[in-house]
Structure formats: C-alpha cells, structure tokens
Design a protein around this ligand. Structure first.
Ligand code: ZN
Ligand code: ZN
Ligand code: FE
Length: 760
C-alpha cells in the first residue's frame, strides 16, 4: 500500500506497526520520498480490517489523503518491521508543521523521578519541532538539525521500541544526549550559570530584557507587568506603538489578561499555539508600554518545553515579542542573533539545536458568533507548511511570488498548494534573501520545479522582479485584488463566479493607478472591475500612507472644501503651512497618484477624528478607528451613495467625509462618528454587492483584503449580505491581507492553465 498525506513525522509508522501486530499481519512499513510504503501479508479479512483502520485510526497529527492498495505475491515474511527509509524518485512526502508540547511530555518534565525532569527539549512522536528543523526530506533524523546529536542508550532504546511513545521520534533527546541551554552575556560570553534557566528567570524577575531562542526564531522577553522593562524594550527595539505579544503560563493566567470566549480558549490551547488577539480586560496586569492605544492584547500559551519551564519559573506573564529591530525579520541564526540582539537584550538564553527555517508566531483573531474559524492575521509557525488544496489541477508546477508587504510565496502542483511561512516586508534586503532561500527550500522539500512563475502586476515589487528574473520558466501576472478574490474562492473549494468586495491599502491597478476599494466580478481565472471607491489623490504618494492626515486633507478637497481648514483635532500635529502645502498638492494632483483605496479612506477618517495623524505600522489608523467605535453599532449610518458611473458602480464617499467633518465640528464623540462611518461602509458595500450579484446572476460574495481584518466591518457587512439571501465567503485558512496573495496567484494560474488546454 502506498499512503500519502501528512504521514511523516507524525507517528504513522509506529501506528502501522502496532496495527499490523495486533492483527497478526507480517510485512514492513517505511518512509520514502512519496510518503509511506507498506506491505501487509495475512488472511483476507485481516488485511481488509487493516485497510479500513489505516485511515480511521491514524494518529492525531496525521492526515491520510489516500491509501492505494495493490496485491503482490506473498513473501512469507515472519514478522512485521519498520524498514529503513528510502530516497530517490520524486519526493511527495509532506513535512508537518511544528507541534506544541503534548500533555504526556509535560507530565514527564514535571516528575522529579523522570529522566527528563525539567528538560527543555523534551518531545515525542506527538509533539515537538518539525518544519523548523527539517533540512531535507525524507523526514529522518540525519536530515534534521538534530543530526549532530547522537542518541544515548536509553533514548536509542525508546526510538527503536515500537511500543514506546518515542518510537522513531526524530528529535528524541534527553539531558544526557540532547541539546543544552546556555545563558550568554550580550557579548557572547557564557554567564557560566549552573542552571541557565533559573538564572534567566531570576534576571527577568529583576527587570531584565532577555533574548530567548525558541522554535522558529528568537524572542525578546521581559515581565509584562514591568513598565520600566517594557519601555526599555520598546525604545531599544525602535518599536513605537505596535503591540507586543504576551505569553501567559496557562489558561487561567491568560484569562486575567483578556476576555475569552470558548472558541478563543480552544484556539489558545490548540497544538498550533497561535497568538490570539482578544479584548483586553480593564484590570489586566500589563504595563502601559505593552500595547499603547490598543483595546486588545495578543496572547499565546507556551509551546515549547523551554517556554513552559521559563514561565513557571518566573511565575508571571511575559512579553514575548519577535527578536528583531523594528522592520527587520526575526533572528534565528545564532551568530546573527548575537550580533543583532546584543544591543537590545541584557542576556541571551540560547541552545545548540539549530533552527533551519525562520518561522514567526502565527496570529489569529476570533470572529465570535459569525463563524468558528478565526481570521488568520498571520499564518506561519504551527500552520506552515501544511498544504491547502486547489479547486482545479495545476497541470504544471507553479511558483507564485506573492505581493510585497506581509509576503508569502506558494508552490503548487496538481491539487495541492504549499503556502510558505510569513516572510515579511520584501522591501528589506534580509527579507528578500530569506524569500529566495525559502523558495529554494520549498522546491526541495516538496519536489516542485516551477515551470510557471506568477507575480503581481506591480513592476517594482521585489517579488515581481524575482519572478521575471527566473530563467527557463513561463511568467504570468495576476492583478492584486483579483488574487485576493481567487484566494478566498479557492480555499473554500469554489471557482466562482462571484462578486468580490476587496478592500485593502494598496494594489497595482490595470490602469496604473493605486487600487484598493474594489468591487470585482470574476472567477478564479479572470475578473472584471465592476465598481470601486471614488478615487482621490494621495498627496505626496507613499508619504500619505505614513501620514493619514494627508488623506484627510485630500478627501476634504475631493468633497468640495476647496480650502479646507485643518480640523481642530489635527491642529497640534500639523502646522497650517504644511496643511496648505498638502492641500495644494491634492488640488493640483502633482506628485499625488490617484487611489481608490478603502484603507486610505479609513486613514482619512481616523485622522479627522484626531486618532492618528501619523502611523508607525501598517493599518494602525484603521485599527484605532475600529477600536474607537467600540463593539456595538449605535447611530445611523452616514450616507455613502452607490452611483452608476458608466459601466461601473462607484462608492461615493465624499458625502460621508463631509458628514464626518460636520459631526466632529459640532462636537460629536469619536466613538459615535467611528461607528456611523463603519456602518456606512458596510451598508454601501452590501448594496453594491447586491446590485452586482443581481445584474450578473450570482449569489456568491467574497469579502477580502486587509481592511476586512476589521471585525466590526466584517460582522455588519456579512449580516447585511446574508439578510439579502447572498452566500458570503471570508478567508479562513489564509489571511485576508497580503499573506493570502501568493495562494490566490497560484489558484488563478492553475485555472488559466486548465483553461488553456480546452479545445478552441
Ligand atoms: Zn510529546
Ligand atoms: Zn538521551
Ligand atoms: Fe492587498
């Protein structure tokens, strides 16, 4: 039998072994580069029972996609054995994501009589590092970063004993033979601590900033309740406002930080262990500097033995933010971490198991009652590189290069797509390098040699340049917002056609302007632009992204205020001279590309409300506007007309902006203005989608793009559309933001390839 799916590194062979022994079958099982191959010899009924149970009783982390049996001549084998892995041919074996420490391992670590008592690298077949330590396939110890560690007698015995929980657990280790911790000074000298963990915990309790080597990279940690330490970390990291993630020791500790629903608790406890963004409790014992201006906190639970031990030893919630300077990718290489983090951390808690692939923590946000699956804000450690299926066959091997911010790439072949871990902002040289290395690694792991390379339409994205520089391949371009639409359709197994309301910050339009408030009608292969937000100039181009007040000025002018006065809320942040300069730019259009971006409209309203005149991270102005609106919808939606503009619909937000300015001038509260604005966008979106759907004869609507990370907007729009009898899809497995673009590009390419083979 040939078994395919996620069947390596998940205890599948021992499971087969035990099942065969139980049924009295003889034969063998082995890992090869296509998955698992096995022979089972015995009576017909026993073999049939074996076949049935193979898929049903598979271990929890395994995903059996297909069992292909074939009859062969009996060999008369006397027993059942786990045979040596085989290489050669075309690898198809799937590398599983990293898995949080399991309950059985935690019990051993807590037991003073156990040989793994307090051992920070304890793992077993059900848990531990996977993707981040795999150098090549098949998944066997010599091809992981555990190759350097030779197992001691006891570990080897476990590894070889099919009845043991650590049978063929590739990263198996113990204090005698496995990785060890060291506590370093920022210069790289060992502190010489007998118990590095206890010494690190002591330093944290004393207010230190500690760099900790984790699973997919380094974190920077300090006590979450320690304002001095948190403020120091923030200034050393050059991170102005973006919230720090927290790690709580356990669920009760997490409940003291944030309000948690049952589904949020399940997310926290899941083996993927993402950061869960949830509503902060008013009395949360957290320093101001952890998340200034944010009504939410990002919380996760420990996912490695080291985290469990450290949290228990410190006895308090820790900040656990990525180990980097602002905008750089997270450090994962030891020498590099020492170089980059020594100016931030007071001490470094390191170990000698190399990290092969950098993987950031994943971030999710619950959608409450709307649906069980959360919004995936960042899909990385714990989720990548699990494959996602495609609704059409990619008849040729595809590499999709994604966009630029929050970038990922995607390989696809047949019905399977592998979306990479979070790579980050490709404007950074380091990130570009990790993008290129990542592509090469994935091509090896999944044995995909791309024949078709897909990129965004934007000529200046480094991902586009990379795609165009690849030799010997066919290149294909997919418009940014179409990729968002295709991604959401495809992950739900749909091909369209559908109406897509695709709202984000920036995407290169077919007409060369900046799109971002798009109403598309299309399927996964192609689309038409059925409508958009009314365009306005972006005064000063990219600077308007960092300075939302410029968009406020531009929108006021578009709305007919020829010489708008700066709103009082902005008076402190912007001098009258600068305001007038920018107003002049907006009026003349000089150096001010036209944009239909919904993200920029949210920026403008946020600035008008006095929430953000400038931002320090992407989406900040909109996030604070959503926060200001609170959870409920009070007040009437502002008017936001949907007009016929020739062939297309136009969401005309000029009246909306006027109403916002008027309300604020009359002294209306920010909460009310923000809520009425959200409602206006939801109502107009629902109306536009309904009209397009009716005109085109579809009942399917997709909401995607980073603006739909806004829960308030999603909930309202979703409810309105459903109320009109439309079926609404939201991204679930992948981010609504640009982390989902690469998969959408791959889906579009697969569909176009399939289409191109049809007889003409
Ligand atoms: Zn375990
Ligand atoms: Zn050992
Ligand atoms: Fe986008």
């Amino acid at each position: 039998m040939r078994v395919t799916g996620t069947v390596q590194g998940v205890g599948f062979r021992p499971f087969v072994y035990r099942l065969a022994r139980e049924l009295g079958l003889t034969g063998y099982v082995l890992n090869d580069d296509r998955g698992v191959l096995l022979e089972a010899e015995g009576g017909r009924s026993k073999v049939d029972a074996f076949l049935t149970r193979l898929a049903i009783d598979a271990p929890p982390l395994a995903t059996v996609e297909r069992v292909s049996p074939e009859e062969v001549e009996p060999t008369g084998a006397s027993g059942f054995e786990i045979a040596a892995s085989r290489r050669g041919g075309t690898p198809l074996a799937l590398v599983s994501p990293d898995v949080a420490t399991c309950a059985a391992c935690l019990l051993e670590m807590a037991d003073p009589r156990d040989r793994r008592y307090r051992y920070p690298f304890t793992n077993c077949t059900d848990c531990g590092p996977r993707f981040t330590i795999v150098r090549d396939v098949p998944y066997d110890r010599p091809l992981t970063t555990m190759a350097e560690f030779e197992m001691c007698g006891l570990c080897r015995a476990e590894y070889g004993d099919p009845s043991d929980r650590r049978f063929h657990a590739q990263p198996n280790a113990c204090p005698k033979c496995g990785p060890t911790l060291t506590l370093l000074e920022p210069g790289g000298e060992s502190v010489g601590a007998d118990d590095p963990l206890a010494a690190a915990a002591e330093a944290l309790r004393g207010g230190a900033v500690l760099a900790v080597k984790g699973l997919g990279g380094y974190h920077l940690a300090c006590r979450a309740g320690d304002e001095v330490a948190c403020a120091a970390l923030r200034s050393r990291k050059h991170r102005e406002d973006k919230p720090f993630a927290l790690m709580a020791a356990n669920l009760p500790a997490a409940r003291e930080l944030v309000e948690l629903t049952a589904s949020e608790e399940a997310l926290l406890l899941g083996s993927e262990r993402p950061i869960v963004v949830a509503r902060r409790r008013p009395d949360a014992p957290v320093a101001h500097s952890v998340a200034p201006g944010s009504p939410d906190l990002g919380v996760m639970l420990p996912y490695t033995p080291l985290h469990h031990l450290l949290l228990a030893e410190v006895g308090e919630t820790l900040v656990m933010t990525s180990g980097n300077l602002s905008d750089e990718p997270i450090a994962y290489d030891d020498a590099e971490a020492l170089r980059r983090l020594s100016s931030i951390a007071d001490l470094l808690l390191v170990h000698d198991r190399p990290i092969h692939v950098r993987a950031d923590d994943s971030v999710v946000r619950s959608l409450g009652d709307l649906r069980e699956a959360p919004l995936m804000l960042r899909r990385s450690r714990g989720y990548a590189p699990a494959s996602i299926s495609l609704p059409v066959d990619a008849s040729r091997a595809v590499l999709a290069c994604g966009a630029e911010l929050k970038s990922t790439f995607c390989l696809a072949r047949g019905r399977r797509a592998w979306v990479s871990h979070h790579i980050g902002d490709l404007k950074n040289y380091e990130t570009l390098r990790s993008f290129e290395e990542g592509v090469a690694h994935f091509e090896r792991l999944f044995a995909v040699s791309p024949e078709v390379v897909v990129c965004d339409l934007h000529p200046d994205y480094l991902s586009t340049r990379y795609a165009l520089a690849r030799e010997g391949v066919e290149t294909m371009a997919v418009q940014h917002h179409h990729a968002h639409l295709a991604a959401c359709l495809a992950e739900h197994g749909e091909q369209g056609p559908a109406v897509g309301a695709i709202y984000d910050g920036t995407g290169y339009g077919e007409d060369g302007t900046v799109w971002g408030g798009e109403l598309l009608f299309g399927d996964i292969a192609s689309y038409e632009r059925a409508g958009s937000l009314s365009p306005v100039p972006m005064p000063g181009g990219e600077r308007a992204v960092l300075e939302p007040w410029r968009m406020a000025c531009s929108w006021l002018i578009a709305a007919g205020h020829d010489r708008p006065s700066a709103p009082s809320a902005l008076a402190e942040a912007v001098s009258p001279e600068r305001w007038e300069q920018v107003a002049a730019l907006a009026r003349s259009g000089f150096g001010s590309p036209s944009t239909s971006s919904m993200g920029r409209l949210f920026d403008a309203v946020s600035a008008l409300c006095g929430l953000r005149s400038t931002v320090t991270y992407e989406g900040q102005a909109a996030i604070e506007l959503e926060a200001a609106a609170g959870a409920g919808f009070e007040g009437e939606p502002y008017s936001l007309p949907v007009r016929d503009a020739g062939e297309r619909l136009e969401l005309d937000a000029r009246e909306t902006v006027c109403a916002v300015a008027r309300d604020l001038a009359r002294g209306a509260g920010t909460a009310l203005v923000a809520a009425r604005f959200h409602a206006a966008v939801a109502v107009a979106t629902a109306e536009a989608c309904t009209r397009i759907a009716a005109a085109r004869g579809t009942d399917l609507v997709v909401l995607s793009g980073g603006v739909f990370n806004n829960r308030l907007l999603v909930e309202r729009t979703f409810a309105l559309l459903e109320g009109r009898g439309l079926r609404v899809l939201l991204p679930a497995l992948l981010p609504a933001g640009d982390g989902g673009i690469s998969y959408g590009q791959a889906a579009a390419a697969a569909a176009r390839l399939a289409g191109s083979r049809l007889p003409t």
